[in-house]
Design a binder for this molecule. Structure first.
Ligand code: G
Ligand code: G
Ligand code: MN
Ligand code: NA
Length: 253
C-alpha cells in the first residue's frame, strides 16, 4: 500500500526513466535495434530494477498508465533523436500481459501520432505466456497492431507454453530466445540443441531470432554458427541511459 503510493508518485514526479540496450547483428558490430528497459530512480534507494516494482504495478493496475508513459517516452525520444540527425534504429518496448487488450491499439495509434513517429521504428515485445494465454484473441490483436506497421516480437521464447499452431498464425517479426538457454550454451549440449531448433523453426516461419543475455565470445561464436540473427547482452553493452545510447548510435554508424 505504501509502495503503491510511492510508485504512483514516482510516475507523477518523473522518477521513472528508460535505459536502452543495443541489439547487434551477429556478423557485424552495427546496432540494428534496441530494447527499452524501465528503471525507477528512487530518491533514497537509488536505481531500482523493474523486477522490484513491475509486479506491484501489475497487481494495482498502475502498469497500464506506466506502460503508456513508456510508449510515449520511447516514441518521442526516437523522434527527437531523428530530428537531431542521429541514425535511429527501431526500439522495442515490453508490454505487460495487463496491457495486451483492445485498448492497446488506440494507445499505440495515439502515441505514434502525438510524437509524429513512423510506426516501423516501434517494436512491441509480448511474452510467450501473455501471447498464448488467449491465443485466438492474440491473433486478432497482433494482426491489428501489425496492420498499423509496427514490429512485433515474442519475448522469453522457450520458457512458456507455446502452441505452434498459433505461433504459425501470429504476425510477428522476431522471436527472442530466452537467456536461460544462452547462459550454459558452451557447456550444455541440451541448451545448444534447443537453441539450434529454435533458430531453425523461426527461420522456417520467416522470423528472425534475437538471443538474449549474451555475455561471452564463446556464446557469440556458437550463436553465429547456429545462424542466429541478433544478439543482445552484456558482451556488447548493458542497458544504458538515453544520452549514452545516443552516443553509441552517433559513433556506430
Ligand atoms: O532490465 P531488466 O533485465 O532488469 O528487466 C527485468 C524485467 O522487467 C524484464 O523481464 C523486462 O521485460 C521487464 N521490463 C523492463 N522494462 C519494462 C517495461 O517498460 N514494461 C514492462 N511491462 N516490463 C518491463
Ligand atoms: O524483457 P526481458 O526479460 O528479456 O529483459 C531483459 C532483461 O535481461 C533485463 O533485465 C536486462 O537487464 C537483462 N539482461 C540483459 N543483458 C543481459 C546479460 O547479458 N546477462 C544477464 N544476466 N542479464 C541481461
Ligand atoms: Mn524483453
Ligand atoms: Na526475455
Amino acid at each position: 500500500f505504501k509502495l503503491e503510493n510511492a510508485l504512483r508518485r514516482a510516475l507523477e514526479r518523473h522518477e521513472l526513466e528508460l535505459h536502452y540496450q543495443p541489439q547487434i547483428a551477429v556478423d557485424g558490430k552495427s546496432i540494428v535495434s534496441a530494447e527499452a528497459l524501465l528503471r525507477w530512480r528512487h530518491p533514497e534507494r537509488g536505481l531500482v530494477p523493474p523486477n522490484d516494482f513491475i509486479p506491484l504495478a501489475e497487481e494495482t493496475g498502475l502498469i497500464v498508465e506506466m506502460g503508456e508513459w513508456v510508449l510515449h517516452q520511447v516514441c518521442c525520444q526516437l523522434q527527437a533523436w531523428r530530428r537531431a540527425g542521429l541514425p535511429v534504429v527501431p526500439v522495442a518496448v515490453n508490454l505487460s500481459a495487463h496491457q495486451f487488450d483492445e485498448r492497446i491499439v488506440g494507445t499505440v495509434r495515439r502515441v505514434l501520432d502525438d510524437c509524429g513517429l513512423e510506426p516501423g521504428l516501434l517494436e512491441l515485445e509480448l511474452t510467450e505466456s501473455a501471447s498464448m494465454a488467449d491465443a485466438d484473441k492474440s491473433v486478432a490483436l497482433l494482426a491489428r497492431l501489425k496492420g498499423m506497421g509496427i514490429r512485433l516480437a515474442i519475448d522469453d521464447f522457450g520458457t512458456g507454453y507455446s502452441n505452434l499452431n498459433y505461433l504459425k498464425r501470429f504476425p510477428v517479426d522476431r522471436l527472442k530466445l530466452d537467456r536461460s538457454f544462452v547462459r550454459d550454451l558452451e557447456t550444455d549440449a541440451d541448451d545448444l540443441a534447443i537453441a539450434r531448433a529454435v533458430v531453425a523453426m523461426a527461420h522456417g516461419l520467416r522470423l528472425s531470432v534475437v538471443a538474449e543475455g549474451v555475455e561471452t565470445a564463446g556464446q557469440l561464436a556458437l550463436l553465429t554458427d547456429l545462424g542466429c540473427d541478433l544478439v543482445q547482452g552484456w558482451l556488447f553493452s548493458r542497458a544504458v541511459p538515453a544520452e549514452e545510447f545516443a552516443r553509441l548510435l552517433a559513433a556506430g554508424q
